[in-house]
Each structure stands twice: as structure tokens, then as C-alpha cells.
Design a protein around this ligand. Structure first.
Ligand SMILES: Cc1cc2nc3c(=O)[nH]c(=O)nc-3n(C[C@H](O)[C@H](O)[C@H](O)COP(=O)(O)OP(=O)(O)OC[C@H]3O[C@@H](n4cnc5c(N)ncnc54)[C@H](O)[C@@H]3O)c2cc1C
Length: 379
């Protein structure tokens, strides 16, 4: 009997799961005993870390996107359509025109910045968290001749280090343009330190002080007045800006909310080790779509994909799925336009930083290309 693994979402997580599974079970795939179906709503696959480079005129959108079909193993059944309802009780995913049953379901529908989470923000603020936002911000960054660049951050958001990368790159960017003394850089964070991870927060503060970057904690944006160029926080203070850049709170995919599968932010309750959706034996969740206490990052999705693929193979072969995710993440962190550090951590080990270097920056840049091999399941 043909078994179907249905994967919803063709971003980092979904593409890696689909390709790794196809490569790991070639006989079953070519004999027609295993169908791997990838249902995703976009013909283009976008490498999101590239947005940061676009914002600083260090890259162009075309470099960071490829045709989804081109990235996939030839035997993967790619369906370009939007899932409207994921019905785990009936074991099917419904789109506008179709309904797909499955033996195993993998939900990999990602997370999305919500610029409408704060009144006035969408109108007044820029973001580098979307492709069109990054392009628009690049133009604003290039036209900015001085004043206050205010960076506001809300949680949860993907790539927890990207806002730090942004502010360090902005520092270098305006030094390179020779106007750094005319630009006040202000970084803000909603909790009592400048990053959720303590080791990163204390390192970042030392860097801010060295580079003359202002920072404020417990900064919770309430509303923005685009005409007056004022940001208001929940403690009643007002903060003037000339250029507002924002990393707003993220939400899970609409289909997760519409299907009643997520928590209040649209993230799916997931077992932190097995990566199965809670209460569902044949449904896995991978990447940003989970509610796990791990960074929402491409590297997280990569490590999770390994576990999910191995466990699905076990289950298809009738063997108990024994593989477990340990919370591992690995991120290169740009600390300027030409240097970087990296962090790695898991559920038990907090991150430790290594000294920044130009070599690590080149590793990060190289990974922008290497990513396409990882997405194809080659690395
Ligand atoms: C500026 C920026 C910098 C970053 N830097 C890094 C970094 O340096 N390192 C790192 O590890 N990570 C980084 N990330 C984070 C990383 O890009 C994400 O964590 C990663 O893309 C998550 O993968 P995912 O597959 O879960 O979600 P996504 O890659 O977002 O994919 C979700 C997919 O689901 C599809 N989808 C959604 N809803 C539906 C539906 N209803 N029907 C069908 N398809 C649907 C979408 O079209 C998309 O293809 C960065 C992100 C940003 C924005």
C-alpha cells in the first residue's frame, strides 16, 4: 500500500524534511510505495537571513531566492496551493480546491512578523523581516543623513540575534558613510536586559558601550504617531525618532489559527524531544511553527528536520521512533559589516560567544550559498 507523507510549508524546515526523506528512502520513493507530497503556497523559496544584507546594500533579493521546484528531489510531489484547514481529527489538509489525506503529516508553516500588532507601526516603521521591507529599508538607510535611528523589538520573533546584528551593522554602515557622529543609534528590548539570553545580553551591553550605541530595556511599544515621529511605550514615555526600524511580535501561520491548532500566538504545542504535535501520533511539527522554548531559526529547523526524518523512517518501517531533539541551535552573528562571531546552544547548555573575526564573517557569507546545498538535503 502506498504511504503518503504530507508536508505543509516549503520553507527551510519543510524543504529539508522533504528532500532528506526522499534521499533516505530511494527504493520506496522510486517503487511508488512512498509518496512525499510538499504543499506550499509560494513558487519561490526565499532565504530569509539574506534580508539583513539587503538592508545594508550588501546583497539583492534575487540572490536569496530560488524556484521551489528546482530545490526538490524529482520524486517529491510539489503542490503549490494554500492550506486552508489542517484537520488532524480527520487526517486531512484542505485547500481551496483539494483535500489531501496523509499517513504522516509534517507541519512546517513558519512564523510571521505582525506590523499591525502596534497602532501606527506599519505606517511609521520599517522592518528588515520581510523581503519588501528589507528593500524599502535599504533605500531609507541610504537616504538617512542623520538623527535618531530607533530600533524597537517585540517577542516572540524569529532569529533572536538578528536585531543585534542589525544595530552593529548600522554602526559600521554609518561609519563607512562618514556620518556616524550625526546618527544616534538606539536599541531597545522589552524585558529587563538587552537580550533574552543572559550571556548574549551582557556581551551586547559591553559592545554597545564600546561603540556608543544607546540602549533601553523594559521598552514595550504601545503606539506610534507617524506624523509626530514619536513612539509611545506602555510606561507612558514618548520617544522621538527620525528613522524607526522594528522587529514586531511574530505569529504562527493563519492556517494554524484557522484550524484551531495553535496557542494564542498561533504556535503549535509540540513535544520538545519527539517533535510530535501534542496528542497526535502521526503529526510532526518542525521549524518556527512549534511552541518550543528554542530560537526560531533556520539552524533549529535544520536540526529538527534530521530528527523528524529519522523518526518517520522508523515509523514507516514499523520500528519505534527513538530519535530525540536536544534543542540544538547554531547561529553566526554579524558584529559589523566585516566581522562576526557565532553561538551554539541547546536545552541544557547556554550560549557562549567566541571573539569576533573577519574569518567568521566570511563563514556567514559562505553559508548564504551553502544553504542551498542544505535545503537540497546534501549537507
Ligand atoms: C532577517 C532575518 C534574519 C535571519 N537570520 C537567521 C540566521 O542568521 N540564522 C538562522 O538560523 N536563522 C535566521 N533567520 C530565521 C530563519 O529564516 C527562520 O527561522 C526559518 O526560515 C524558519 O523556517 P520554517 O521552515 O519554519 O519557516 P519558513 O522558512 O518561514 O517557511 C514557512 C513556509 O510555509 C509556507 N506556508 C505558510 N502558510 C502556508 C499555508 N497555509 N499553506 C501552504 N504553505 C504555507 C510559507 O510559504 C513558507 O514557504 C532569519 C530570519 C530573518 C527574517
Amino acid at each position: 500500500m502506498i504511504k503518503r507523507v504530507l508536508i505543509v510549508g516549503g520553507g527551510v524546515a519543510g524543504t529539508m524534511v522533504a528532500n532528506r526523506l526522499a534521499k533516505s528512502m530511494p527504493k520506496e520513493v522510486y517503487d511508488g510505495k512512498l509518496e512525499i507530497m510538499l504543499l506550499t503556497d509560494s513558487v519561490q523559496h526565499i532565504y530569509q537571513p539574506g534580508f539583513l544584507f539587503i538592508a545594508f546594500n550588501e546583497g539583492f533579493l534575487e540572490q536569496f531566492q530560488k524556484d521551489q521546484r528546482e530545490l526538490l528531489h524529482p520524486k517529491i510531489n510539489l503542490i503549490i496551493d494554500r492550506a486552508k484547514i489542517i484537520d488532524v481529527k480527520k487526517g486531512r489538509v484542505v485547500t481551496e480546491k483539494h483535500s489531501f489525506n496523509y499517513d504522516f503529516l509534517v507541519i512546517a508553516t513558519g512564523s510571521y512578523p505582525d506590523m499591525n500588532s502596534v497602532p501606527g507601526l506599519a505606517e511609521a516603521g520599517h522592518t528588515f523581516y520581510t523581503p519588501e521591507g528589507a528593500v524599502k529599508l535599504r533605500d531609507a538607510m541610504l537616504n538617512f543623513k542623520g538623527g535618531t535611528l530607533l530600533l524597537t523589538i517585540d517577542v516572540p520573533h524569529k532569529c533572536p540575534v538578528a536585531p543585534l546584528e542589525f544595530i552593529f551593522m548600522a554602526d559600521d554602515f554609518y561609519r563607512q558613510l562618514g556620518i556616524r557622529e550625526k546618527v544616534k543609534l538606539k536599541y531597545t528590548y522589552p524585558i529587563g536586559r538587552v537580550h533574552s539570553m543572559e550571556a548574549i545580553a551582557s556581551w551586547a551591553v559591553r559592545e554597545f558601550e564600546k561603540r556608543g550605541i544607546e540602549y533601553e530595556v523594559y521598552f514595550n511599544l504601545e503606539k506610534v504617531d507617524p506624523a509626530k515621529k514619536l513612539a509611545y511605550t506602555m510606561d507612558g514615555s514618548e520617544h522621538p525618532f527620525d528613522l524607526l526600524v522594528s522587529v514586531p511580535a511574530h505569529r504562527g501561520a493563519q492556517v494554524v489559527k484557522d484550524s484551531g491548532l495553535g496557542d494564542e500566538d498561533g504556535f503549535i504545542p509540540t513535544d520538545r524531544y519527539t517533535l510530535k504535535m501534542e496528542g497526535q501520533d502521526n503529526v510532526y511539527v518542525v521549524g518556527d511553527a512549534t511552541n518550543l522554548p528554542v530560537s526560531k531559526a533556520g539552524s533549529t529547523a535544520h536540526y529538527e528536520a534530521d530528527v523528524v526524518v529519522k523518526n518517520i523512517i522508523c515509523e514507516l518501517k514499523g520500528i519505534p521512533p527513538s530519535h530525540r531533539y536536544d534543542g540544538k541551535a547554531f547561529c553566526f552573528v554579524e558584529t559589523g559589516l566585516k566581522e562576526a562571531t557565532y553561538i551554539t546552544f541547546n536545552y541544557k547548555q547556554p550560549p557562549q560567544l567566541v571573539p569576533s573575526s573577519e574569518m567568521l564573517h566570511w563563514f556567514k557569507i559562505s553559508y548564504n550559498e551553502i544553504y542551498w546545498l542544505a535545503a537540497r538535503g546534501i549537507l
